[in-house]
Design a protein around this ligand. Structure first.
Ligand SMILES: CC(C)(C)c1cccc(C(=O)NCC2(NC(=O)c3cccc4nocc34)CCCCC2)c1
Length: 245
């Protein structure tokens, strides 16, 4: 999968493929990340890329002609790519949307700076607006990087078999269970016996129980629109009975 990112800080997003899973995926030709910088299209001697907003007010907007030139360059390089604008007005990014986007062969991401971009550029070039969450950011680049990481992990071959098996457990919608490694005794706190029992069935049951209890206690919203298996239901009931005591 090929990602094009229209951004004033291409070095930020190109760093994504310099470590870990995405580095290997990039070396294997499974993904690529290319920045397209509006500043490369600046013609004035100040190489400005921002412009004043009509109607006045504080702050600047991204300049239309240099931003559009970078978008067009990206679209020439990735002709089949939809354009996603990372913005607070966007559809919330979640795993189902990540899985949808991972089916595309290529994708262009537009990261805003200053106070944003001219609405006519959105109307002309943007196919989908996506938001990473409800907080104020300095730019859309972090949103673009999170989206690239999440989507790349879903591209076939990017994760090895082991990791994709783990991925499946995360994609089971529940929060993760507690994890333990050496030492057995850490400041007097020991590893739960069951994890050292060697009984894989009991270990699996304990992990699911823990995930369900944490999900119930910390993210009850995860239970909406989710059909539980009979095992999951009985585990939740058991947890509730202990809470009521
Ligand atoms: C009500 C709320 C959400 C707090 C809010 C309301 C109004 C403005 C902002 C804001 O942050 N404006 C700045 C701006 N943000 C983002 O790009 C951005 C923000 C949040 C999630 C994102 N996901 O992708 C991109 C995201 C970066 C500079 C260019 C203009 C957009 C925030």
């Amino acid at each position: 999968m090929r990602f094009g990112v229209v951004t004033l800080f291409p070095e930020w997003v190109e760093q994504l493929t310099s470590v870990g899973v995405l580095e290997r995926a990039s070396q294997n030709g499974l993904i690529s990340v290319t920045g397209f910088n509006p500043r490369d299209h600046a013609t004035d001697n100040h190489r400005s890329v921002d412009d004043r907003p009509f109607g006045g007010g504080p702050g600047m907007l991204m300049q239309v002609d240099t931003t559009e030139a970078a978008i067009i360059k990206a679209r020439e390089a990735l002709p089949n790519a939809p354009v996603v604008y990372l913005s607070p007005q966007g559809r919330a990014l979640n795993q189902p949307l990540v899985q949808e986007l991972a089916r595309l062969p290529e994708l262009i991401l537009l990261a805003g700076r200053y106070e944003g971009i001219d609405e006519r550029l959105v109307d002309e070039h943007v196919d989908l607006e996506v938001s990473l969450g409800d907080y104020v950011l300095s730019g859309g680049e972090l949103g673009a990087m999170v989206l690239i990481d999440a989507v790349s992990r879903m591209v076939p071959g990017v994760l090895g078999d082991q990791a994709s098996a783990e991925q499946d457990s995360f994609a089971a919608h529940w929060l993760d269970c507690p994890h333990f490694t050496r030492p057995v005794d850490y400041r007097g706190n020991t590893v739960p016996e069951v994890l050292r029992s060697g009984h894989h069935g009991r270990i699996e049951a304990w992990r699911l129980q823990q995930s369900l209890e944490r999900s119930w206690d910390r993210r009850p919203d995860l239970f909406e629109r989710k059909r539980l298996t009979t095992t999951e239901l009985s585990m939740i009931n058991e947890h509730l009975s202990t809470l009521e005591k």
